[in-house]
Each structure stands twice: as C-alpha cells, then as structure tokens.
Design a protein around this ligand. Structure first.
Ligand SMILES: NC(=O)c1ccc[n+]([C@@H]2O[C@H](COP(=O)([O-])OP(=O)(O)OC[C@H]3O[C@@H](n4cnc5c(N)ncnc54)[C@H](O)[C@@H]3O)[C@@H](O)[C@H]2O)c1
Length: 252
C-alpha cells in the first residue's frame, strides 16, 4: 500500500505507544513522517525502529507541545524542509489520575497543558499551511474518558476539550479542504496503560464487551483511514476505537 506517497504526516508524542504505531503505519504506506516528542532518547530509538523495518523518510524533532514557540518552530521547520504538511496527528498526552480532592494544581495544569493546549498549539501552527494547500487532515486524540471517568477530572476536561476543538476546527476548515476528527481510544496496550493502577486497569478491562484490550495497531488503522484522502467527507466526528466499552452496560 502506498496511499500516503508524497504526503507529509506530522505526529506528536511519536516516540512510543500509539504515536510510534501510527508513525510506523504512515511510513509503511509511503508517507514522509515528522516525529515529535519531548523524550529525545525515545525519539531516536523510535526512528531507528521504523527505519530498520521500512524504507522511510523521517524527520525527528524534540518538541514540548506545551511550548507554543517550540511547536511553531517545529511546524515551520517541517513545512520548509518537506514542502508541505498534509496530516497533523495530535497524539501527545499524559495522565495524572486522582480523585478530585487530591488533584494538585500541578496535576491539573500538566494534563491540560499537554493533552489540550498542546493540541491547540499544533493545530493553530498547521492551519495556515493547510489552508494555503487547500488540503489538510487533523486527527486529535480524545479518549473514551471524555464522557467522564472516575479519578480523571483533569484528563476528562482535556479530552472533552479536544472534542470541542475538533468540531470547531472542522467548521473552520471545511471550506478549505481541511477535515478535523478525533479518535477516542478505549484501553490500548501502551506504556500509558501499563502505568495505570493495576486493579483499576483490570476492573476496566473486564468491562470491555470484546473482553480484551486493544493493540496500538488498531488505533493506527483508524488514524490511517481518517487521515486519508478517502475520508474527505468525514469531519468533526469522534471515532470510538474501544472494543465496545463506550456502549456502556454489558450484561454477562
Ligand atoms: N493507551 C490508551 O489506552 C489510551 C486510551 C485513550 C486515549 N489515549 C490517548 O492516546 C494518546 C497516546 O497515548 P499512549 O498510550 O500512546 O501514551 P504514552 O504515554 O505511551 O505515549 C505518549 C507520548 O507522548 C509524549 N509526550 C508526553 N508529553 C509530551 C509533551 N509535552 N510534548 C511532546 N510529547 C510529549 C511522551 O514522551 C510519549 O512518547 C494520548 O493522547 C492518550 O491520552 C490512550
């Protein structure tokens, strides 16, 4: 498959987990991939993992998405070097879970800054180029948690915010050939999921109607579709990729 040949795809939080799976998938489909992450060593390792497996053209940048100057410099660097920017994947996100009364100011701001403001910084930086091209795809990471989740006030606020931003970008981008959509993953096997409190993770996994967690490749599949030319009439949606957990009640 070469459907991304000639396309430039920029991904945040690309050094591991879902970001790495998506970078690998886009590279396998012929895209030039710009990987950004705050973790320099993991980013280098990720790029090596991809180039070991694929004949891919990559660019790596150490970027903290909470810093708009770094984000602007990254997007400018990508478009200057690679000539265009077709797809932005707003994937970087963190969790700092706690019951509401135990969430510190730091925990609140850290999660909002990375998972919500970071996505805004990137979309704002990419929008002008996409408008000039008359083409763009923005895929941002929400979560099944966006509807509300115990112990995640900060994360839920960020992930619900991503839904609002996505729907607004969809309206502003529609007449310019830009689509904006969100993916709401369920429980996917990444370092983030591994970092969750074990009993809480097991309890949630038991609620998945399919009775198993998802693989990063399941998310990469959804992202590769939403970011494709073929998905051009789909905009402003939240795509649940979660084994059915968001359906709710599951009587067994
Ligand atoms: N794994 C899941 O089950 C799951 C479920 C729902 C939503 N999500 C969302 O999917 C996205 C990816 O999750 P994951 O499981 O791969 O997480 P992960 O923790 O495995 O990877 C996140 C990556 O983001 C990077 N990152 C963190 N802060 C950053 C910053 N300030 N600037 C740039 N990069 C930064 C990290 O270094 C890391 O490489 C996140 O937005 C997450 O909230 C994941």
């Amino acid at each position: 498959m070469n459907r991304y040949h000639g396309r430039v795809v920029a991904i945040t939080g690309a050094a591991q987990g879902l970001g790495l799976a998506m970078a690998t998938r886009f590279a396998a489909e012929g895209a030039t991939v710009a990987l950004a992450d705050v973790n320099a060593q993991a980013l280098t390792d990720a790029a090596r993992t991809i180039t070991d497996a694929h004949d891919a053209k990559l660019r790596t940048d150490v970027v903290d998405v909470t810093d708009s100057a770094q984000v602007n410099a990254w997007i400018t660097g990508v478009t200057d070097e690679l000539g265009r920017l077709d797809v932005l994947i707003n994937n970087a996100g963190i969790i700092r879970d706690n019951r509401v009364e135990d969430i510190t100011d730091d925990d609140w701001h850290a999660v909002i800054d990375v998972s919500l403001t970071g996505g805004f910084h990137c979309a704002r930086a990419a929008f002008g180029t996409m408008k000039r091209q008359g083409y763009g795809r923005i895929v941002s990471f929400s979560s099944m948690s966006w509807r509300g989740n115990f112990g995640q006030t900060n994360y839920v606020a960020a992930k619900a915010g991503i839904v609002g931003i996505t729907r607004t970008l969809a309206l502003e981008g529609a007449r310019h050939g830009i689509t904006a959509n969100a993916i709401a993953p369920g429980l996917i096997e990444t370092p983030m999921l591994a970092s969750m409190n074990g009993p809480a993770r097991d309890k949630l996994t038991n609620k998945v109607p399919m009775r198993h967690t998802g693989r990063p490749e399941d998310i990469a599949e959804a992202a590769a579709f939403l970011a494709s030319e073929a998905a051009g009439y789909i905009t402003g949606i939240v795509l649940d990729v979660d084994g059915g957990i968001s359906i709710g009640s599951s009587i067994r």
